[in-house]
Ligand binder design. Structure first.
Ligand code: IPD
Ligand code: CA
Ligand code: CA
Length: 260
């Protein structure tokens, strides 16, 4: 395993184990509101500083972009961190959340980890080196047609300006696919596209830390990603359509036609 990926895995496991230790004391956790339906807990913050500690011990000069503490300039590589993806689930004891860490050089994603601490599932990828779920190689699904496809999504519950586009898309996808799931952790949703548990996924209004690691997992598993216009602006726009190579264009067509 590449040393950068190794450090990312160490940091993600460390944070994941910390998060799980809080699960029995959820009603005693401090919860703060950042915005509409947007919460941060002491657990998000503790997990993030645990991750940053591990990274900075190994690579003190690298840049960091972390959800809770913002960005720190640096050289060569940038670490993109979501310490707890699925905070709303976590504060309700709903068992679906993850830790997401990506390493980017210039505009290129190099390494990625998404860790599900409850299932102890570790999704990893390095550019050009393939993607793995634990020690097994991951591939996207082979489903060919949208009517047979299970599609993941996220609700635009923080940024309501996306709601009308999302509802139009939802209607189209619901009528033409085999089903839609909203699990509540975008990083894990993307990891599920990478390992074939979802055939496609779309969401609007995400942040780079929700997506960066999941995007590399999908690319290295043979999947396709774009923004709703079919361009490669998903990381900067926060709007993403992903899927296996057959489902991505079919889903993209629906998302594009419903997005104004
Ligand atoms: C959220 C989750 C959710 C997605 C939201 C994200 P957070 O991240 O990924 O699935 O729908 O848009 O903000 O706030 O729990 O880290
Ligand atoms: Ca997130
Ligand atoms: Ca988060």
């Amino acid at each position: 395993m590449h040393p950068l990926l190794n450090t990312a895995v160490k940091a993600a496991r460390h944070a994941g184990n910390l998060i799980v230790r809080y699960i029995d004391q959820i009603d005693r956790i401090d919860i703060e509101k950042k915005g509409r339906n947007d919460f941060v807990t002491e657990v998000d913050r503790a997990a993030e500083s645990a991750i940053i500690d591990v990274i900075q011990k190994a690579y003190p000069k690298h840049a960091i972009l972390a959800e809770e503490s913002g960005s720190k300039p640096g050289h060569d590589f940038e670490w993109i961190i979501d310490p707890l993806d699925g905070t709303t689930n976590f504060v309700h004891g709903h068992p679906q959340f993850s830790v997401s860490i990506a390493v980017r050089r210039a505009l290129q994603l190099e390494h990625a980890v998404v860790f599900d601490p409850l299932r102890n599932e570790l999704f990893t990828a390095s550019r050009g080196g393939g993607a793995h779920l634990d020690d097994r190689r991951m591939r996207v699904s082979r489903v060919l047609h949208l009517p047979d496809a299970l599609i993941g999504t996220g609700f635009p519950f923080k940024a309501l300006n996306h709601l009308d586009d999302w509802i139009r898309t939802f209607r189209e996808v619901l009528l033409r696919s085999s089903g839609i799931r909203r699990a509540g952790s975008a990083a894990l949703d993307l990891a599920y596209v990478a390992c074939g548990r979802f055939d496609g996924f779309w969401e609007i209004g995400l942040s780079p830390w929700d997506m960066a690691a999941g995007c590399l997992l999908i690319q290295e598993s043979g999947g396709l990603i774009s923004d709703p216009h079919g361009q490669q602006e998903h990381l900067s726009s926060g709007n993403i359509v992903a899927g296996n190579p057959q489902i991505h264009p079919q889903l993209l067509k629906l998302v594009r036609s419903a997005t104004h």
